[in-house]
Design a protein around this ligand. Structure first.
Ligand code: NAP
Length: 176
């Protein structure tokens, strides 16, 4: 039987740490489902990229890392306003899976209560490979490219991500 694991994150944006975690999980299971969480969110400082942009960044970065894409499924997952039904919602959108990988205690708790095996994946160079840090550097003109795979940097350039992040940060200022 094919064994599948799922990892769910917002991937705002995908970084080198996420790709390393994906490689690690693919040593443990036959196939990996990458759930792109908060799929309905975009164009905010916390969630600047659309689900479609995140799909593109992840697909290209996984291919660049020579990960066999026939072993990976990318699934956008919008949030629901009720944690108690979230696991059923994820199950309705995803290929079947047996193991849930998450650094988030709430995610592990919800899946554990639904009878799934849960594991906390290792994090790689956590202080550097961190979505918040990357978004912050993009706004402040810092060196962010080295924290993301070259393929992700390419998509960022294509969609003019730095300009977007800078404009969104001005919007935050106006709303305060
Ligand atoms: P997340 O928002 O991507 O991650 C939250 C924080 O944990 C980020 O700082 C992230 O860093 C970090 N992180 C990611 N993987 C980690 C790991 N293995 N170890 C330590 N830290 C890690 O994702 P999440 O909080 O895990 O949630 C997943 C998604 O599920 C979200 O979109 C959330 O909204 C959704 N969710 C929805 C419901 C609902 O709709 N009711 C319920 C539960 C969860 P990076 O930014 O560097 O990745």
């Amino acid at each position: 039987m094919v064994q599948r694991g799922i990892i769910i994150g917002r991937f705002q944006p995908p970084h080198r740490g996420h790709i390393e975690v994906s490689k690690q999980i693919l040593r443990e299971v036959d196939e990996l489902i990458v759930g792109i969480g908060s799929a309905q969110e975009s164009h905010t400082s916390e969630n600047p990229f659309t689900a479609g942009e995140r799909v593109l960044m992840l697909t290209r970065a996984l291919a660049e890392a020579e990960i066999d894409l026939s072993r990976v499924h990318l699934i956008p997952i919008p949030d629901v306003n009720n944690n108690a039904i979230w696991v059923s919602h994820v199950l309705s959108l995803s290929p079947p899976f047996e193991i849930v990988y998450s650094g988030n205690p709430l995610v592990r708790r919800l899946f554990k209560e639904a009878g799934f095996k849960t594991r906390k994946p290792p994090m790689f160079k956590r202080k550097e490979y961190w979505g918040t840090e990357i978004r912050d550097r993009m706004v402040k003109g810092g060196r962010w490219e080295e924290l993301v795979p070259e393929a992700v940097a390419g998509v960022m350039r294509e969609i003019k991500a730095v300009d977007r992040l800078k404009d969104l940060s001005k919007t935050d200022y106006l709303l305060r």
